[in-house]
Design a protein around this ligand. Structure first.
Ligand code: SF4
Length: 329
């Protein structure tokens, strides 16, 4: 089965010379790092809408809820040309199964909430999304959307990759192409991954999964996307690892318990990396073959999640390089 995941990306970030001035905004994090993890499809709505390269600089003007796209120098209104293109582009995207989109910040077409919106006199009155981003998000609300500025550091890249992988597993579950048949099984495997982002959401999602009607499944999907968009924190990771340790308590010696608790406390105080207690839990879960733990995406992530950051000696895989899960999803 082809396991590759496809994302859209603003073409200028891929190094394509499509900007209004004929130049690019090639971003090495996108061009070199993320292109090694995902299949990236470039989009430039302004060039593809026939506005030309080069073209006059444009900006958003008017009501922040539905701004117009106008040229800076002459005030020519190009909104309809761009929106017509965006509508047909959204139809084209339907067959691409995009799980995410990396947009260019501050662009009147591509920004996510960072494009300046002006009044008729040219003063900035608000910040908002570009016209292409608005159309795309409306058409594909269950797609992970970021700007390149959100990927500035390894933490931002790791979070984005994690969200995309969860979105991909969710979509596969919705499409029925995974081995987990019941929503409770999906939730059980993601429980600690969600908890690292939002503990309360994890609990309420557990209730939705148990109810498992059509309306609850829809709400579950929405809550999953919202929870994963909240940043994970060290405090929540410590909480997760303490809970996971509970599954091992009766299997390990008192010396091993002390070893883990010291490691976790040092991690909580910022003296040790959080990957150390995490690695401890992984190796004990494997040693004792505790299926519930082996099935946790939190402890045994998709190897693509660790491609953007080294997480210790085995980089997320077993010593033989294989992912330790026994199931296909
Ligand atoms: S920001 Fe968007 S519209 Fe502007 S050049 Fe890049 S891809 Fe094209």
């Amino acid at each position: 089965m082809d396991d590759s995941i496809t994302l859209g990306v603003s073409a200028c970030l891929m190094g394509e010379p499509v900007r209004y001035d004929g130049r690019d905004k090639g971003d090495p994090r996108v061009m070199h790092r993320l292109s090694g993890v995902f299949r990236l499809i470039p989009f430039c709505p302004e060039a593809q809408a026939g506005l030309g390269i080069p073209r006059p600089p444009m900006r958003l003007v008017g009501d922040p809820r539905s701004p117009r796209l106008v040229t800076v120098a002459t005030g020519q209104d190009l909104t309809e040309s761009l929106i017509t293109h965006c509508t047909s582009e959204c139809i084209r995207c339907t067959s691409m199964q995009l799980r995410g989109f990396i947009f260019k910040s501050r662009s009147p077409s591509c920004a996510v909430e960072s494009a300046p919106i002006h009044d008729r006199e040219g003063a900035v009155t608000a910040m908002g999304s570009g016209l292409w981003t608005r159309a795309f998000q409306q058409a594909f609300p269950m797609t992970v959307v970021v700007e390149e500025a959100d990927l500035a550091d390894e933490q931002g890249q790791r979070r984005f990759v994690e969200r995309v992988l969860v979105a991909d597993r969710w979509q596969k579950w919705v499409d029925g192409t995974v081995t987990a048949h019941h929503l409770t099984e999906f939730h059980a495997r993601h429980k600690f991954q969600i908890m690292a982002h939002d503990r309360e959401a994890m609990k309420s999602m557990g209730r939705l999964a148990a109810a498992s009607g059509a309306a609850e499944t829809l709400s579950y999907g929405r809550e999953l996307f919202a929870a994963m968009a909240r940043p994970d924190t060290l405090e929540r990771h410590v909480d997760c690892m303490m809970h996971l340790f509970g599954f091992l308590k009766k299997r390990v010696s008192s010396e091993q318990k002390q070893e883990f608790l010291h490691l976790l406390e040092a991690c909580r105080l910022g003296r040790r990396s959080r990957w150390e207690p995490w690695s401890w839990l992984r190796s004990r879960a494997q040693q004792h073959r505790i299926r519930y733990l082996l099935n946790q995406w939190y402890l045994f992530p998709d190897p693509r999640e660790t491609q953007c950051h080294p997480v210790g000696p085995n980089n997320g895989t077993d010593s033989d390089g294989r992912h330790p899960k026994s199931f296909t999803w």
